[in-house]
Design a protein around this ligand. Structure first.
Ligand code: MTE
Ligand code: MO
Length: 314
């Protein structure tokens, strides 16, 4: 089936034809430069795209229909592979996601290193349809497959010192080309949550979407999803989870503290210094829609911030 835009295409959006042309240009360019195109032939079979079944959890799913899969898999933010939306889908193809380990450390009773396949066996997967709202004022609706981060954290047993949870993306400049060059971000990409946010039932570790394993551009083999926060909190391709007593530093907050807060809760009343956050562009749909407080999850999460000034929680 062909995805048809319902309105004129905006510069940063993608149609299948453009994807196709881009891909051909990419393959031609890499061939001309004598670089092996990072396709199947030179990498082991990747899990990305393989079918992955999970029961939908209706309690935690929005009623809206999911965005077209093509949008979620071809319009991405993954700075390790490019600062634009289209590059990650091509440049992340060769990322090796097996073997893959996650090191869990810090203020926990049972620090350990887990294989991704061990994690997949241990935690029952469920599907949840969540809104994803980027700080850049676009959004999607995605049927994620994963499990609550709380399940894993509770198994590790946070100690009485535990206050925050820090997440780290893979650091491998050979595989992640932009880690070699100049960037606003100091690599590896790091993010963090307060412990109660990390333990909230909406907070997920995600390994798939649209009935299949995550593709590399979406943060394979495992990423975080925190639906009431701006998308940059939802860190991809995680290799470390560390429970800490002190507030960890986080990549975007470090790079531009007055633009990207630690909390980064979706809030239509607090504008980004360079644009309004009152409305958003739902990818694949015409026009703009109002942005909801906590991205529509206020009933579930507002209590986490009782007594705090929400306008300062950007
Ligand atoms: N490691 C890493 N994680 C990341 C990013 C990134 O550049 N690097 N971008 C973030 C941003 S800004 C958003 S909006 C989401 C985008 O997720 P998607 O590409 O699956 O839509 O991933 C987040 N996680
Ligand atoms: Mo984002």
């Amino acid at each position: 089936m062909r995805y048809r835009p319902e309105r004129p295409i905006q510069s940063e959006e993608i149609t299948p034809r453009e994807i196709f042309l881009n891909r051909r240009q990419f393959i031609r360019a890499t061939a001309a430069a004598g670089i092996a195109a990072t396709t199947g032939a030179c990498t082991p079979a990747r899990a990305g795209g393989e079918p992955l079944a999970a029961q939908r959890n209706a309690r935690y799913s929005v009623r809206e229909g999911p965005s077209n899969k093509r949008l979620a898999t071809s319009y991405n933010n993954f700075y390790e592979f490019g600062a634009d939306k289209r590059s990650p889908a091509f440049r992340a193809r060769g990322l090796k996601t097996r073997p893959w380990q996650i090191e869990i450390s810090g203020a926990v009773e049972a620090p350990q290193t887990l294989e991704i396949d061990e994690i997949l066996k241990r935690y029952p997967l469920e599907e949840r349809v969540y809104r994803l709202r980027c700080v850049e004022a676009w959004s999607m609706v995605v049927p994620w497959i994963g499990f609550p981060l709380a399940s894993l954290l509770q198994d590790m047993g946070p100690t009485s010192e535990a206050r925050y949870v820090e997440f780290t993306t893979l650091l491998d400049p050979e595989q992640m080309p932009r880690q070699k060059g100049e960037s606003a971000i100091e690599w590896p990409y790091v993010e963090a949550l307060r412990l109660d946010e990390a333990l909230h039932p909406l907070t997920m570790l995600v390994v798939g979407y649209y009935g299949q394993a995550l593709e590399n551009q979406s943060g394979a083999p495992i990423r975080l999803i925190v639906p009431w926060k701006y998308g940059f909190k939802s860190i991809k391709s995680i290799v470390k989870i560390r429970v800490t007593p002190k507030l960890p530093r986080t990549s975007w907050n470090d790079a531009a503290p007055h633009e990207y807060g630690f909390y980064a809760n979706v809030n239509p009343e607090v504008d980004h210094p360079r644009w309004s956050q009152a409305t958003e562009r739902r990818l694949g749909k015409a026009g703009r829609i109002p942005t909801l407080p906590f991205n529509g999850y206020a009933d579930d999460v507002a209590a986490l911030y009782d007594g705090m000034n929400l306008k300062q929680l950007y």
